[in-house]
Write a protein that binds this ligand. Structure first.
Ligand SMILES: Cc1ncc(C[n+]2csc(CCOP(=O)(O)OP(=O)(O)O)c2C)c(N)n1
Ligand SMILES: [Mg+2]
Length: 325
C-alpha cells in the first residue's frame, strides 16, 4: 500500500519537479554550448532519487546538505528556476552565493539548503553537525547529506557516519550511486559491492533502494526521517541510479563508457517510468501532460530571460563576507 502522504496531487507535483529539473538541465547545456554559461553539472538521470527524497522531508524546515549533482533536489526543495539560472550565470541576485561560487554550489539559507563547498564529502560532516544542533535544541529537525558513491572513499564520510551513529543524531546519509566518480567506475573505487554495506561498520541501518523510482525513494527516506525524529539515530540510504550525460560540460564520457551501456541504462529513465506509472494509475493523461510541458517551457524561458538581464555583482562588493567590515 502506498504511503498516506502520496496523494495523486503530491505525485503529480513530484513528476512536475522531475520534469522541470530535466528541462532546466537541458537549457543549461544549451547555454553552455552557446558560450553563455561557464560550466554545467547535471542531475540528468538522478531526478527520481532527488525529488523522491525531498518530498519525504519537511521541506524548508529540515536541513539539506546537497552536492553539485543535486539540481532536481534543490528545485524540489523550493529553489526557483530563476534562482538556479541566476546562480548559473553568476548574477548579483543569486541567492546561492551572490554570484561568488561556481555553478552548482547550492545554498539557500531561507530554504534550509546549506551552502556547499567543492571538496566532496565535507557536507556529510556538516549534516552531522546540524543534526547535533537539532538534538541539543530539540527542534525536531532532520538533516540530510547528499553525496556520490565516489566520495565515500573520503575520510569525512567515515568520520561523519561514525560520529552520527555514536551520538544517535537525527541525520540521513543519502547516497546517489551512479556507478562512476567522473571516469572511475565504482569497482575501482571500493572493494564492496554496495555503499549500504558500510553502514553496519558504524552501527546504523544501510538501505538499498531503486533510485529511479521516486515512490520507493520517498518511502525509504520517510521511514529514515521518522526513525531519526524518534531519536533512534542515523540511516544510510543508497539510491542506485545512473547519470545519462557526462559528469559536467567539460567531460567527454565516451572516453570511459560505451554508448551501448548508456542506451541500456536509459531504458530505465526515471522520468519515462514515472510518467508510465502515473498514466497507468489514471493520474496523468495527454491533456494534463501537455499543459504541464507548456508550463515548464514558460518557466524555463522566463528564468533564462530574467537571469540574462540581471546585473552582475558590483566589483566594489568583491570582498564582502570575506573580511569583517
Ligand atoms: C576531495 C575531493 N577530491 C576530488 C575532487 C574532484 N572531484 C569532483 S567531483 C568528483 C567525482 C565524485 O564522484 P561521485 O562522488 O561518485 O559523485 P557523482 O559525480 O558521480 O554524482 C571528483 C573526483 C573533489 N572535488 N574533492
Ligand atoms: Mg558517482
Amino acid at each position: 500500500m502506498l504511503d498516506k502522504g502520496l496523494t495523486p496531487k503530491v505525485m503529480l507535483d513530484m513528476y512536475y519537479h522531475m520534469a522541470l529539473a530535466r528541462a532546466v538541465d537541458d537549457r543549461m547545456w544549451i547555454l553552455n554550448r552557446q558560450g553563455r554559461a561557464p560550466v554545467v553539472y547535471t542531475s540528468n538521470g538522478h531526478e527520481a532519487a532527488q525529488v523522491g527524497s525531498a518530498f519525504a522531508l519537511n521541506r524548508g524546515e529540515d536541513w539539506i546538505c546537497p552536492y553539485y549533482r543535486d539540481l532536481a533536489l534543490v528545485l524540489a526543495y523550493g529553489m526557483t528556476a530563476r534562482e538556479v539560472m541566476l546562480h548559473l550565470l553568476g548574477r548579483a541576485e543569486d541567492p546561492n552565493s551572490g554570484g561568488r561560487q561556481m555553478p552548482a554550489h547550492w545554498g539557500h539559507a531561507e530554504r534550509h539548503i546549506l551552502t556547499s563547498g567543492s571538496v566532496v564529502a565535507t557536507q556529510d560532516a556538516h549534516a552531522a553537525g546540524l543534526a547535533l544542533a537539532s538534538k541539543v535544541l530539540k527542534d525536531g529537525r532532520v538533516s540530510v547529506a547528499y553525496f556520490g558513491e565516489g566520495s565515500t572513499s573520503q575520510g569525512e564520510f567515515h568520520e561523519a557516519l561514525n560520529f552520527a551513529a555514536v551520538h544517535k543524531l537525527p541525520v540521513i546519509f543519502f547516497n546517489e550511486n551512479n556507478g562512476y566518480a567522473i571516469s572511475v567506475p565504482s569497482r575501482k573505487q571500493m572493494a564492496v559491492q554496495d555503499v549500504a554495506a558500510r553502514a553496519s561498520g558504524y552501527g546504523m541501518p544501510g538501505i538499498i533502494v531503486d533510485g529511479n523510482d521516486p515512490i520507493k525513494v520517498y518511502e525509504v527516506v520517510k521511514e529514515a526521517a521518522d526513525r531519526a525524529r524518534r531519536g533512534e539515530g542515523p540511516t544510510l540510504v543508497e539510491a542506485k541510479t545512473y547519470r545519462f550525460v557526462p559528469h559536467s560540460s567539460d567531460d567527454d564520457d565516451r572516453a570511459y563508457r560505451s554508448r551501448e551501456e548508456v542506451a541500456e541504462a536509459k531504458k530505465r529513465d526515471p522520468l519515462v517510468m514515472f510518467e508510465a506509472y502515473l498514466r497507468d494509475q489514471k493520474i496523468l493523461n495527454d491533456k494534463k501532460l501537455k499543459e504541464m510541458q507548456q508550463q515548464i517551457k514558460d518557466v524555463v524561458n522566463d528564468a533564462t530571460d530574467y537571469a540574462e538581464k540581471a546585473a552582475l555583482p558590483d566589483p566594489s562588493t568583491l570582498a564582502d563576507y570575506v573580511y569583517s567590515s
